[in-house]
Design a protein around this ligand. Structure first.
Ligand SMILES: [Zn+2]
Ligand SMILES: [Zn+2]
Length: 418
């Protein structure tokens, strides 16, 4: 039998593993005697691989780690993290030792985040009766013998909130920095954005645009129809790249306004001769790009890249002028300033290109877009736990907070109550 601390750790993932029809008390979901009775190790391995790919898009050690990292950092979906590492041992994505280490860490974070099995259960329902019976034998405050490395002091964007004037006192859970006093969008943390796995918003957008090219061509010259197709396009793009947009996108009203703003920018550009010319020049410059690979690193060729970057800035400048002329920035559902909205656009561009640039070009891009500026450390603020009334997640909010944006469901939450 496993030691208590390991049984306890594994039990964090039990609702998920049991729901998949597996044994939640054994690492991997199969007790040794079941493995012996199965038709073969290979079959189990294939079943585990398929289950992980289908549930989480995990297909390898690397994709498992990339998937788990933001969840461990954000202390969310920890039951799924434990279940995924457990099943990943059968899929042979990780060794049992590595899996136990990750499972113990996720379990310790869950123990610090919730106060009981019931609180954990609220985040991963349904919980089967036999899982509850198993939990009843495991005291919540079991010593897990996990020491969390002291979180290294990390720099972050100390954005000043344009609404209430407070400066951010801690790192934002996502690149979009919502004020932790009043819930207003206060900044965009480029370094934070770079930590998260990229969904490549550019290529996803181009693929959807290609799919809708016929409808766009039919709508040519017709403002209302162009606007409708552009809205459909951005709606599909948000589904493809949820990580590129603010967490508030989960609110349907917010999403509709956000889509309307993006679509209006494209629509106005389609009816502006200068923007169309600059866009054609940009497309031509993109077509000239070339890449080299040396020592396992892929780099874009300097000269055509610089020409493309110049064309991008020229196009963006015209789009900025159009946005000012047509009141497009005012359509932003967070009422973000034009400077902040442009910063977000530059940041997404830079995130995509920095890995392919030589150092000098990378530094020049960061300087020109002001993305490297003003990252600082700060003393962690005093916080308290508040449960989000919409999604029931436990939020760690600064003591002075009046209103925050829930990092899980994206809804603004009034936290002035007890
Ligand atoms: Zn504020
Ligand atoms: Zn919430």
């Amino acid at each position: 039998m496993l030691p208590l601390r390991l049984r306890w750790s594994l039990a964090i993932g039990a609702p998920i593993v049991a729901d998949a029809g597996l044994d939640p008390t054994a690492l991997g979901g199969w007790a040794p005697d079941h493995v012996a009775r199965a038709r073969g190790e290979h079959e189990l391995r294939m079943a585990a691989s398929e289950a992980l790919a289908e549930a989480y898009g995990i297909t390898s050690r690397d994709t498992l780690m990339a998937w788990a990292r933001p969840r461990l950092q954000g202390r969310r979906e920890l039951a799924h993290v434990v279940a995924a590492f457990s099943i990943a041992t059968v899929a042979q994505h990780v060794s049992e030792d590595d899996a136990w280490q990750a499972i113990a860490l996720a379990a310790r974070l869950a123990q610090l985040t919730y106060r009981s099995w019931d609180e954990l259960a609220a985040t991963c329902e349904p919980v089967a009766d036999d899982v509850r019976a198993q939990w009843a034998t495991l005291p919540w405050d079991t010593e897990l013998e996990v020491t969390l490395a002291e979180a290294p002091t990390r720099r972050f964007l100390r954005a000043t909130c344009p609404a209430c004037g407070a400066r951010a006192t801690r790192r934002s859970p996502t690149a979009y920095v919502y004020c932790d006093r009043c819930g207003n969008l206060a900044g965009y943390d480029f370094e934070r954005a770079c930590e998260q796995p990229l969904e490549r918003p550019g290529p996803a957008y181009e693929a959807i645009r290609a799919e809708l090219a016929g409808r766009l061509a039919e709508a040519r010259g017709d403002l209302l129809r162009t606007r409708a197709v552009q809205r459909a396009l951005f709606d599909a793009w948000i589904d493809a790249c949820p990580g590129a947009v603010p967490v508030r996108i989960q609110d349907p009203a917010y999403r509709a306004a956000y889509v309307a703003m993006l679509a209006e920018g494209e629509t106005r550009a389609a009816f502006d001769a200068e923007a169309c010319e600059l866009r054609t020049a940009l497309d031509a410059a993109v077509a000239q790009l070339g890449f080299t690979t040396a020592g396992g690193e892929t780099r874009v060729l300097d000269a055509p890249y610089r020409a493309m970057e110049a064309a991008m800035f020229a196009h963006e400048a015209r789009r900025h002028a159009l946005a000012l002329a047509h009141g497009i920035y005012e359509m932003h559902p967070d009422r973000a300033s034009p400077a902040l909205i442009r910063r977000i656009g530059f940041s997404i561009y830079a995130q995509g290109w920095l890995p392919y640039l030589a150092e000098a070009d990378a530094q020049a891009l960061l300087a020109r877009t002001d993305l490297a500026a003003a990252y600082e450390v700060a003393e962690p603020p005093a916080t308290r736990a508040v449960r989000c009334p919409r999604c029931e997640e436990v939020l760690d909010v600064v003591v002075e907070a009046r209103r925050v944006v829930c990092a899980h469901c994206g809804r603004p939450v009034d936290v002035t109550g007890p």
